[in-house]
Design a protein around this ligand. Structure first.
Ligand SMILES: [Zn+2]
Length: 242
C-alpha cells in the first residue's frame, strides 16, 4: 500500500489559479502535462505578473518578460489559455476583492478541478511561505464556493456570469499536508522543459547552469513523492472536496 492516494481522474476541465508566473512550474506542471496528454483541458490564471520577482529588473520591465515566459511555459504542457489579473505582486490581499475576481474566472471557465499552490505557513517545516501564496490559496478555496452562490457577488450574474457550482475539488500543489498524487514518470521531462522557459527569472535566481538547477530541483521532489506513491516520479497535492 502506498502512503498517497491517486488524484481523481473523472473530470474534463481544470483551472489553475496561482499568484505568480513560475508557481505552477515548480512541480505541478508535470501533472498538468499528464492531464492535457490524456485529453483534459487545463487553463492558467495568474493573479499577478510576478513583476516583483527579479531583483535586477524594475516591475515595469519585468512584467512583460514574465508574461511571455509564462505563456511559453504553459504551451510546453499543453495549456493555451493563460490569463493575468494584475493584482500587485508581493502585496496580494486575500479577501472580498480577490474572491470576486476569482469567482468570476471560475464562472467563465467552469472547471471541475481548481488547482492552486500550497497556502500553508511553510513548504517544509522551519521555513516560511510567501504572503502571496498564502493569500491566493485561501481566496481560491473561498472563491470555489462563491462561484456557485448567486447571492454572494450578484453583480457577476448581471455581467452574464451565471453561477457555477460544479467545482468538485481544489488541489493544492506542494503542500506539506498532501495526501494525493499523480504519476508523472512519463511527463517529468515536460515539467523540466516548462520550468526552463522561465529563462530570465532563473538566470537572475542562480549562477548554476539553468538546466542543472531545474533538473536537480524537480528531480529531488518528484523522486521523493514517487517513492511514497510507488512510481518513479510523482507530483503531490492536498485535495479539498467541495
Ligand atoms: Zn510564487
Amino acid at each position: 500500500m502506498t502512503e498517497l492516494l491517486a488524484m481523481p481522474e473523472d473530470w474534463s476541465r481544470a483551472l489553475a489559479i496561482v499568484a505568480h508566473p513560475d508557481d505552477m512550474e515548480y512541480g505541478a506542471a508535470a501533472a498538468v502535462a499528464h492531464w492535457t496528454g490524456g485529453g483534459r483541458e487545463v487553463a492558467y490564471l495568474m493573479v499577478s505578473r510576478g513583476e516583483a520577482g527579479i531583483d535586477t529588473m524594475s516591475p515595469e520591465e519585468c512584467a512583460p518578460v514574465r508574461d511571455a515566459e509564462q505563456r511559453a511555459s504553459a504551451a510546453v504542457v499543453g495549456v493555451s489559455s493563460v490569463e493575468f489579473l494584475d493584482h500587485k505582486d508581493g502585496v496580494i490581499e486575500s479577501g472580498v476583492a480577490l474572491r470576486r475576481d476569482l469567482a468570476a474566472a471560475i464562472r467563465r471557465h467552469r472547471p471541475e478541478l481548481v488547482i492552486t499552490l500550497n497556502r500553508r505557513e511553510a513548504f517544509v517545516p522551519g521555513t516560511w511561505n510567501s504572503a502571496d501564496h498564502r493569500a491566493v490559496g485561501e481566496s481560491v478555496l473561498d472563491a470555489a464556493n462563491d462561484a456557485g452562490n448567486r447571492w454572494i457577488f450578484p453583480e457577476l450574474a448581471d455581467e452574464g456570469l451565471e453561477p457555477w457550482g460544479g467545482v468538485r475539488w481544489v488541489a493544492l500543489a506542494a503542500s506539506p499536508e498532501a495526501r494525493h498524487a499523480v504519476d508523472v514518470t512519463d511527463t517529468f521531462e515536460a515539467g523540466v522543459a516548462s520550468l526552463l522557459e522561465h529563462r530570465a527569472y532563473i538566470a537572475a535566481l542562480t549562477d548554476e547552469d539553468p538546466e542543472t538547477y531545474v533538473r536537480g530541483f524537480l528531480t529531488s521532489f518528484a523522486a521523493a513523492a514517487g517513492e511514497r506513491f510507488g512510481t518513479t516520479y510523482a507530483t503531490t497535492f492536498e485535495l479539498v472536496n467541495f
